[in-house]
Design a binder for this molecule. Structure first.
Ligand code: AP5
Length: 213
């Protein structure tokens, strides 16, 4: 089963994608994570996208479509969770073509709805484990022992360079201008399901499970 988690920055896409990976063995394809990996590995592409990401703008369609194409070509029977992709209509068209070329299709597009005020609180309080990727929050999900990841015990806890109010304003603008038109696009195709992203993570997970039935 192939699904898209669609929603603004901080909607909880990554949090829910990690649960689906654990519970269903699906593969998470996060273009944000792929781009951050490219940055840290110091590739030419990584250098090119770093400033764009820090400012909260979108990286070019050509780059992100290339990243996804490479992954889809590897194939995966349990299905993909597209997290943060597609973000433009051109990316959505490219995804449809890539899937059909590989004999696959999209089963659901799940829109996670969250108020802007909550997004600011979530993003400015977020930190993640640099070793296993577990996602935390200063207030709502702190580590049990300060400075130590609950899951893997690593002390490499990080905050993203774009997780500040200024970049978030641009990220939200980009979302409403370029990504939210995808809601109408997938609604018209009959693929769109909505979940209340303001609910607690377990409740959101239940709603996603129902949307995938
Ligand atoms: P990306 O990494 O995709 O970031 P994003 O879309 O801004 O989404 P986030 O990762 O910030 O949020 P999330 O929805 O995953 O929330 P999370 O689960 O972490 O993209 C980063 C940048 O890369 C872009 O700005 C762009 O430059 C570039 N890029 C990436 N893809 C691209 C593409 N396709 N095209 C062009 N450019 C691209 O949760 C957030 C916080 O909230 C956490 O602390 C969590 O604990 C908490 N939380 C989660 N769920 C709940 C809940 N239900 N209740 C309360 N708190 C919750």
């Amino acid at each position: 089963m192939n699904i898209i988690l669609l929603g603004p920055p901080g909607a909880g896409k990554g949090t829910q994608a990690r649960r689906l990976v654990e519970e269903r063995g699906m593969v998470q394809l996060s273009t944000g994570d792929m781009l951050r990996d490219a940055r840290t590995s110091g590739t030419e592409m990584g250098k090119k996208v770093a400033a764009v990401m820090d400012a909260g703008e979108l990286v070019t369609d050509e780059i992100v479509i290339g990243l996804i194409e490479e992954k889809i070509r590897e194939g995966n029977p349990a299905g993909y969770i597209f997290d943060g992709f597609p973000r433009t209509l051109a990316q959505a068209d490219a995804l449809a073509e890539l899937l059909s070329r590989n004999g696959a299709q999209l089963e659901a597009v799940i829109e996670m709805q969250v108020d802007d005020k909550a997004l600011v609180e979530r993003i400015t309080g977020r930190f993640t484990c640099g070793n296993c990727g577990e996602v935390y929050h200063d207030q709502t999900k702190p580590t049990k022992k300060e400075g130590v990841c609950d899951v893997c015990g690593s002390t490499d806890l990080r905050r993203r360079a774009d997780d500040n109010e200024e970049s978030l304003r641009t990220r939200l603008m980009e979302y409403y201008k370029k990504t939210s038109p995808l809601i109408g696009y997938y609604y018209a195709k009959g693929d769109l399901k909505r979940v209340d992203g303001m609910a607690a993570p377990d409740e959101v997970a239940d709603q996603i499970a129902k949307a995938m039935m």
